[in-house]
Design a protein around this ligand. Structure first.
Ligand code: NAP
Length: 314
């Protein structure tokens, strides 16, 4: 039995070491080593080169090491095999920390206060509104969105979610289906996007959508927070909407091109916060253990968890 580890953009060594320690009975090889493609039974992958998986004739299953599988589905040669994506408390908690932190920073005016401090000014203007006066709307309210929603609610935010399929999330006000989307946007001061990137969601964060957000909120204008994928957002629209007041601020963890090019005006825009796609990284310690549980399940004929649906693309 052989596991191929194919990781791009992250240091590979901690993953190889972790898989080798968890799978002493398997051969664990790197995509950069010499190996016989016909000998590979499983692949643990993050952004593998397109075409690599199609060249493994005896592959049984794909253990994807992230939550979003858009890179995998962009491979036109991807064979029809079961794909388990990551759903793990470690990743979920990291994302909720990031979302709650940025909602609180926007609500409390943290960037503004930092600028006041830099200028040695003692701000004596009005206090920030309580979180209960700030309406957060979550688009993409699956595993990550639902956990973030619950934690935002604990902090007092007025939280709602929108789901095309009409799913319910305990304790959270939900807007369902296409007919409720505008009502959801119209009650949203901070829009949090935790959407998967699919054919349907590509470019969804655009001017037309931003114009539907609430204009009567306690923060003085709508705010976009996107940690889903860069392909969801139209960066030219975000910049234009920030400049004409349609948006008050944007907090972006993901970008159309990553790393964000030096030439992007997002870097230096006073109302944009850039984080380097690190809101919720996959930790080798936790995520390799999760992937090994899926591999062991498959080996022993039990179902793997969190299988993605190629028709939906997530
Ligand atoms: N920035 C980072 O570091 C980072 C880290 C991890 C994940 N992510 C991103 O976060 C995404 C979400 O992860 P997850 O584990 O929460 O996924 P998930 O559990 O599959 O949730 C995705 C949610 O999006 C909803 N959805 C799908 N298409 C939609 C559409 N067209 N309009 C509105 N909602 C739609 C789904 O609705 P239904 O419930 O109706 O199916 C589902 O509730 C990933 O796909 C990945 O892109 C980013």
């Amino acid at each position: 039995m052989t596991l191929l580890v194919a990781i791009s953009g992250w240091p590979e060594e901690p993953w190889l070491a972790r898989f080798r320690s968890l799978l002493p009975d398997l051969k664990v090889v790197s995509q950069h080593a010499e190996y016989d493609p016909a000998a590979i039974d499983y692949i643990a992958a993050w952004k593998p080169p397109h075409g690599l998986i199609a060249g493994l004739p005896n592959l049984k299953a794909i253990l994807y090491l992230g939550a979003g599988v858009d890179h995998l589905f962009a491979d036109p040669s991807l064979p029809d095999l079961p794909i388990s994506r990551v759903v793990d408390d470690d990743l979920t908690l990291r994302m909720s920390e990031w979302v709650v932190m940025h909602c609180l920073m926007q609500q409390r005016g943290a960037e503004f206060l930092r600028r006041e401090q830099d200028a040695k000014r003692w701000f004596d203007g009005p206090d920030a509104p309580l979180a209960s006066r700030v309406r957060v709307g979550i688009m993409g309210i699956g595993v990550l969105g639902a956990d973030a929603a619950k934690k935002l609610k604990v902090m007092g935010f007025d939280v709602a979610g929108w789901s095309p399929s009409g799913r319910s999330v305990e304790g959270i006000e939900m807007f369902a289906g296409a007919q409720m989307r505008d009502a959801f946007l119209a009650r949203t001061d901070i829009l949090v996007s935790l959407l998967p990137l699919t054919e349907e969601t590509r470019g969804i964060l655009n001017t037309a959508l931003f114009r539907k957000l609430a204009r009567d909120g306690a923060l003085g204008g709508p705010i976009l927070i996107n940690a889903g994928r860069g392909g969801l957002q139209k960066e030219a629209d975000i910049l234009a909407c920030l400049d004409d007041g349609t948006l008050k601020a944007a907090v972006l963890d993901v970008f159309e091109i990553e790393p964000l090019p030096d030439s992007s005006p997002l870097w230096l825009h006073p109302n944009v916060t850039v984080t380097p796609h690190n809101s919720a990284g996959s930790d080798p310690e936790a995520v390799a253990a999760y992937a090994v549980r899926q591999l062991r399940a498959h080996q022993s004929g039990r179902p793997m968890q969190n299988i993605v649906d190629p028709r939906r693309g997530y």
